[in-house]
Design a protein around this ligand. Structure first.
Ligand code: HEC
Length: 713
């Protein structure tokens, strides 16, 4: 572990102290330096006594994202108006949950940049830019996003995209300490928000598509010393195991997974804590590669992939686990949001943990023991028939493992629910889930080679892409659905649902004012009645929303705030289904209160592709190579079948299609590596790079013809 102290870090100190918080009119003591973000375990445990604050990622350690505030409620929410907005100045994805502690909002934008603002006015107090090298974008599966900071005793903790954990002085944004949480030579990233439990800052990482071994680390909040680290998958058995949990896990693996990047199992998002049981819960991701036939030939459960794990927060000691998808082979992570609640089960109130992981089942688990209490389908999935309550295991449809033939699965690798947080309202007893409902085709690849540092999913990228036939593409598009689902965890059935226009919508917030708030892909923030789903209010956000709203109160005034800005995995990959309705990415914080009437400046542009391809003069064999290589190496950023979501250039519109040398310099030579466009010299020959160009030329002609045909209609 490298351990820096603040004075040596001048390069990282872009933090500018723009202003100290001003004195407020209502006579409250202004926060002074050293006085800010004075959050500790007691305050978080008693968060309901100060509902005006939002002190940790999910508001409470139970991560319910339920606010007891009710000045804004189902009676008056239609009087909500824009109080202030703040421009996040990026065209990349925005996924952050803001914190609000004692009148100050702390939030993050793309590239792990932190802002502190006056929560009443949106006035910037300070910003901190960790100066993540743009080249690091090559190791991101799902955009250069960040989901927020943690606050503790006057400090803020940030996990940076390139893997540092940074402790900032909450009053000034200056760096107190900074540690490297991972081996910087490996394709790890951090996008998740840290949590702090008992003075330990907990931080995981991502990168399982690329080839890493997942773990969760705990650092001393004061000093930045590493206290413990829990690996989620075993390493090479010949090197010995870190603990008994790894010894147990290794029994469930076959083959030489550690040579294929490390097994995966990254802890990239969810955590929750029960102070009474003193258990820390976290969700574990997919394997490297996804395809289990390659990762662990002959099968096995492959612990702790796709599991919920409970450990002691002081030591990282394993206590129990529940695996949602044994032997996962579809990217069915269990990193999705974990909520703790006390709910009725068979006539008794039980302390439960709830999760709607990617695999499409909603799980209710006894959080003291890990015993499965119930599991049912929250979407119409087809990879399993049900979860067997005697064994706690899903009963799979055998063909779903796509060993001998391709199989089209629901849900897709983006899951029935992704990272967008759900929320639980104890008044209605309902969980509000941002559901994705879309298929994906899986097949064995013609061959598999492990390429260090690039996406290694181990499934057939051509079959997993889009069909050539436009009618078939449209049919897939029609299956791409999303909804806000109000789910009763006691009866395991839907109470109500609202259909959205596409799958990739925002996380949810619910309140004691009988409200659920959610942003949508098509550019709205919407308030629903929590009990009935009735639409009560909406506001045009001008851009897609994926982040979850929060609510807080200052000087007796309740606010609702959400970070808007389109991005993330779906936005990058599914351009085919994004472009036609594409809104510009206008990343902002929007904050609302009753009676306000602020408005946003007009946005009079929409992103679009200008087609001007050179003549196509490649043979079918070359185009086939280009197609496959595009799907294997370019699709994750430039979109399936070369149709981009327009956050990253749509290659069908680039002038480099005319310029073989320029194309080669960028793709093979790495001329744009410092802008997040990776260098592929180690993985692709110059001929393959040109074959990709030819394939993109073909796709550009296709796009041009479709547009002309549409215009002719
Ligand atoms: C990790 C994400 C990522 C991957 C994977 C990726 N690209 Fe890019 N690419 C980018 C970004 C970001 C840019 C824009 C860079 C800039 O701002 O100049 C870009 C730009 C380009 C450009 C220049 C376009 C222009 O008009 O300026 C070309 C050509 C290109 N990419 C080709 C490819 C090819 C071919 C592949 C696959 C072999 C690929 N890229 C894979 C992120 C990616």
């Amino acid at each position: 572990m490298r351990h820096f102290s603040f004075p040596t870090l001048s390069v990282l100190l872009a933090a500018a102290v723009l202003a100290l918080p001003a004195c407020n009119q209502s006579g409250q003591r202004p926060a002074s330096a050293g006085d800010q973000a004075q959050v500790d375990g007691k305050r978080i445990e008693r968060a309901d006594r100060e509902p005006g604050n939002w002190m940790t990622h999910g508001r409470t350690y139970s991560e319910q994202r339920y606010s007891p505030l009710q000045r804004i409620n189902d009676d008056n929410v239609d009087e909500l108006g824009l109080a202030w907005s703040f421009d996040l100045q990026t065209k990349r994805g925005i996924e952050s949950t803001s914190l609000v502690v004692d009148r100050v909002m702390y939030t993050t934008g793309a590239w792990s940049i932190v802002h502190a603002l006056d929560a009443r006015t949106g006035r910037l107090l300070w910003s901190y830019d960790p100066k993540v090298p743009k080249a690091k974008a090559e190791h991101t599966c799902c955009d250069v996003v960040n989901r927020g900071v943690a606050a503790w005793r006057g400090q803020l903790f940030l996990g940076t995209l390139d893997g540092r954990l940074v402790a900032l002085d909450a009053a000034t944004g200056q760096v107190n300490w900074e540690v490297e949480t991972l081996d910087a030579t490996l394709p790890y990233t951090i996008t998740g928000a840290p949590r702090v439990v008992k003075g330990k800052v907990l931080i995981g990482n991502g990168g399982a598509e690329f080839g890493v071994r997942g773990y969760l680390s705990a650092y001393d909040a004061k000093t930045g010393e590493l206290v413990w680290r829990f690996y989620t998958v075993p390493g090479n058995p010949e090197l010995g195991f870190e603990n008994d949990a790894m010894r147990m896990a290794a029994e469930t693996w076959n083959g030489q997974w550690w040579k294929l990047g490390g097994g995966g199992g990254t802890v990239w998002d969810s955590m929750a804590y029960d102070p009474e049981l003193d258990l820390l819960y976290f969700g574990v991701g997919n394997g490297t590669p996804w395809n289990q036939e390659i990762r662990s030939p002959g099968g096995g459960d492959n612990l702790f992939l796709s599991s919920i794990v409970a450990v002691r927060p002081d030591t990282g000691e394993y206590v129990w686990h529940y695996q949602t998808t044994p032997g996962e082979t579809w990217d069915y992570t269990a990193t999705q949001h974990i909520i703790l609640a006390d709910i009725e089960h068979e006539g008794r109130t039980r302390k439960v943990l709830m999760q709607a992981p990617k695999n499409g089942f909603f799980y209710v688990v006894d959080r003291a023991t890990g015993e499965l209490l119930s599991a049912d389908k929250y979407i119409n999935l087809n990879w399993a028939t049900h979860v067997d309550m005697a064994t706690g295991r899903p009963v799979e449809v055998p063909e779903a493992r796509y060993k001998d033939a391709p199989f089209t699965l629901v849900p897709s690798y983006l899951g029935g629910h992704n990272w967008h947080p759900m929320s639980y309202n104890p008044d209605t007893g309902l969980v509000y889930i941002p559901v994705l409902d879309m298929p994906a085709a899986y097949a064995q690849p013609p061959e598999f080679k492990y390429y260090p540092g690039v996406s290694n999913i181990g499934t057939d990228g051509v079959i997993g892409g889009l069909p050539d036939d436009q009618a078939e593409r449209d049919a897939i598009g029609a299956l791409m659905q999303g909804r806000l689902l109000a789910w009763n965890p006691t009866t395991q059935e839907a109470a109500w649902a609202v259909e959205h226009r596409g799958p990739w919508n925002g996380g949810t917030l619910t309140t004691a004012g009988n409200l659920v708030l959610q942003g949508t892909a098509d550019g709205k923030l919407v308030a629903y009645a929590a009990d009935s789903g009735e639409v009560l209010w909406d506001f045009p956000t001008q851009t897609g929303v994926v982040a979850p709203p929060i609510t807080y109160e200052v000087d007796g005034e309740q606010y609702v705030s959400v970070n808007v800005g389109w991005g993330g995995a779906f936005a990058l990959v599914f351009g085919e289904y994004v472009q036609s309705e594409s809104l510009p990415n206008v990343s902002r914080i929007l904050t609302f209160k009753l009676g306000a009437d602020g408005s946003l400046p007009d946005v009079d542009w929409r992103p679009t592709v200008v087609f001007n391809p050179p003549p196509l003069n490649a043979d079918q064999a070359t185009l086939a190579i280009g197609h496959r290589k595009f799907q294997d190496f370019c699709m994750g950023c430039h979109g399936l079948n070369a149709v981009s979501g327009l956050l990253i250039p749509d290659l069908r519109g680039t002038a480099y299609l005319w310029d073989k040398q320029g194309w080669s310099d960028i793709v093979h030579g790495g001329a744009r590596a410092n802008k997040g466009m990776p260098k592929f010299a180690e993985h692709l020959s110059k001929d393959e790079v040109q074959a990709i160009r030819s394939y993109v030329v073909q796709q550009a002609h296709r796009g041009k013809q479709l547009r002309e045909a549409a215009a002719g209609n």
